[in-house]
Write a protein that binds this ligand. Sequence first.
Ligand code: APR
Length: 247
Amino acid sequence: MINMSILKSLGLSINPKLHVTVLTGAGISIESGVPIFRGKGSMWEIPEARRLAMRASPPWNNKETWEFYEWRRKLVSQCKPNAAHYTLVEMENYFENFCLITQNVDGLHIKAGSKRVLELHGNMWKGRCMKCGKIIDLPETPLKTLPPCCECGYPLRPHVVQFGEPIDNKILIEALKASKEAELFLVIGTSGVVSPASQMPILALENGAKVIEINPNPTVLTPYMSLSIRGKAAETLPKLWKSFFTD
Ligand code: APR
């Protein structure tokens, strides 16, 4: 049940100038049918998936890596954005200073219509050339050849950050800036165990933001939150958003 005056109780009031930053994780896509990473029913329960996702060394532009991503891409191709993704589009349209940071590589925020999305871990619908650096859209699954090739002829790798790889510096700097500048920060559907994303809500708090977590389960971030709402993203976020406009 959402208290009608949540924003007010946090000392904030609704207006388009409010600086809002949102961090999402796998939990926001669960109600779309995308499997989570950790725990029951997650990708980690499939040994082959775990082995490939955790493999810390290159090359990433080989057939085996792409077979794993094709398996994931096929799964996600059957999933549609849910009410939580669409609510974030409404929020982006309302707030002048709005930034959406996601750890998800499923591309569902963009599919829903979000425009400014910082995809910390990349996007499974893109490939990257390890020779010329070009990023190529790969919207179709199954791909005609594995691995797919760049226009320069070199095999592409998935444009996804693997375990142990650094996040694109430009994206990271923008995400940290948006976290520092936030007055309201929403943390939706993340276990908060993977850095640097997990540090962003804390950075926001340290810089004076009110931070609201939406998650059906408590997380390592919960003790630090201004408010934790126990609920599913697709049910809770639209209600929370509506409550912002009610006294
Ligand atoms: N709505 C919101 N949150 C939910 C829902 C739901 N319907 N169902 C589950 N959750 C929560 C879980 O309680 C959990 O806290 O979503 C979270 C999912 O956590 P993870 O599977 O760890 O996903 P995430 O935090 O995004 O993982 C971070 O780790 O494996 C890497 O790169 C991968 O981006 C991923 C990163």
